[in-house]
Design a protein around this ligand. Structure first.
Ligand code: G6P
Length: 369
């Protein structure tokens, strides 16, 4: 078993470290040799098929749902198609408007999650086209969908998903760019610039991993707490949700992810002296607003870790400590900012003496509804 972990103490830590390779493999030959366009040979979608898409529904569970929240933002921004993201166990029961011009994207690492599979079947029954994003070639979801984008993350053993989530993000970036280039919603030079930034991500993840001791030290401090908060706006909020889920899954510390601007409408009542708050302040357009939300929690005694771009002095001045991620396009930042949060939950779980790879009550794949 130790050999399978390639020298790492746990599968989760090994899988966190495999992310640069998972990013590269998922991009693979899907970027043209000149770096200017996305090539999806495996998709059967013609230009007319793409033009006929009026709305997109993204349906998934757990961590894959959180990837879908990023997917929604990215597709809407780049391709200007309206997108809704739903938890699969809710989707079928809310009478969603599924028409033949709806593209339903199901996201599932295993490709076997019962609720996700049921949503896929419902979408097909209503005549929608279904695209599956999955890590398992030949899984039920892959077999039943009209089109499949395989994430090449390799087998994921730890129950807490890491490299599967980030390779789902890469799949969404590529697919959104594919839609944009087909529809002409983004100029060719901007597509090339985004692809160049995507190509840099694996190396940037290596840089974050090299700084993991700083996260470990912080995780050991928060391991003594029972409650903490993640805050962020826009894409930072989507990542906050995933960071909070990861921490709950394996450290059993209660945490909530909050849209930073919504705090004052209730949750601020829970902030008191010494409560740890992890604030993601990456999205440039929302930065000032997030900093003012950080000030709200600081004024109530919170101890704030700020996650932002390297060299951000304004953030440094507003928080107790910072963890920096390398500069990238704001749209791509989730693929970097989630990595310190994965490490945080790993080290917090370890500090609490938990079974990191097999948390209580949870299963890797849930095949019952
Ligand atoms: C389980 C796992 C989660 C995962 C979810 C969806 O609950 O513990 O880590 O995100 O299922 O799994 P899927 O295989 O559909 O991505």
């Amino acid at each position: 078993m130790t050999a399978e972990k390639a020298g790492f103490d746990h599968f989760m830590l090994k899988e966190i470290h495999e992310q640069p390779k998972a990013y590269r493999d998922t991009m693979g030959s899907r970027i043209s040799p000149d770096g200017r366009s996305v090539v999806f040979n495996e998709l059967h979608m013609t230009t007319d098929d793409v033009k006929a898409i009026r709305r997109i529904h993204i349906v998934a569970c757990g961590t894959a749902y959180h990837a879908g929240l990023v997917g929604k933002a990215v597709i809407e921004k780049l391709a200007r198609i309206p997108v809704e993201t739903d938890v699969a166990s809710e989707y079928r029961y809310r009478s969603p408007i599924i028409t033949p011009d709806t593209l339903v994207i199901v996201v599932s690492q295993s490709g076997e999650t019962a609720d996700t599979l049921a949503a896929l079947r419902e979408a097909k029954r209503c005549g929608a086209r279904v695209l599956a994003i999955t890590n398992v070639v030949g899984s039920s979801v892959a077999r039943e969908a009209d089109d499949v984008i395989v994430t090449w993350a390799g087998p994921e053993i730890a129950v807490a998903s890491t490299k599967a989530y980030t390779s789902q993000l890469i799949a969404f970036y590529l697919f959104a760019l594919f839609l944009a280039q087909t529809l002409g919603t983004v100029p060719a030079d901007e597509i090339a610039a985004t692809l160049a930034a995507l190509n840099k991500l694996p190396e940037q993840v290596e840089d974050i991993l090299a700084a993991k001791d700083a996260i470990k030290a912080y995780a050991e401090q928060i391991a003594a707490h029972e409650d903490l908060f993640f805050i962020g706006r826009g894409l930072d909020y989507a990542v906050a949700l995933e960071g909070s889920l990861k921490l709950k899954e394996i450290s059993y510390i209660h945490s909530e992810a909050y849209a930073a601007g919504e705090l004052k409408h209730g949750t601020l009542a829970l902030i008191e002296e010494g409560v740890p708050v992890i604030a993601l302040a990456i999205q440039t357009d929302l930065f000032e607003k997030t900093v003012s939300n950080i000030k709200e929690v600081k004024a109530r005694g919170a101890n704030v870790l700020g996650i932002g771009y390297a060299g951000d002095e304004e953030l440094q001045k507003s928080v107790d400590r910072t963890f920096a991620i390398p500069k990238t396009l704001d749209l791509l930042a989730p693929a970097l900012s989630v990595v310190p949060l994965q490490l945080l939950s790993y080290y917090a779980s370890l500090a609490r003496g938990n079974d990191v790879d097999k948390p209580r009550n949870l299963a890797k794949s849930v095949t019952v509804e």
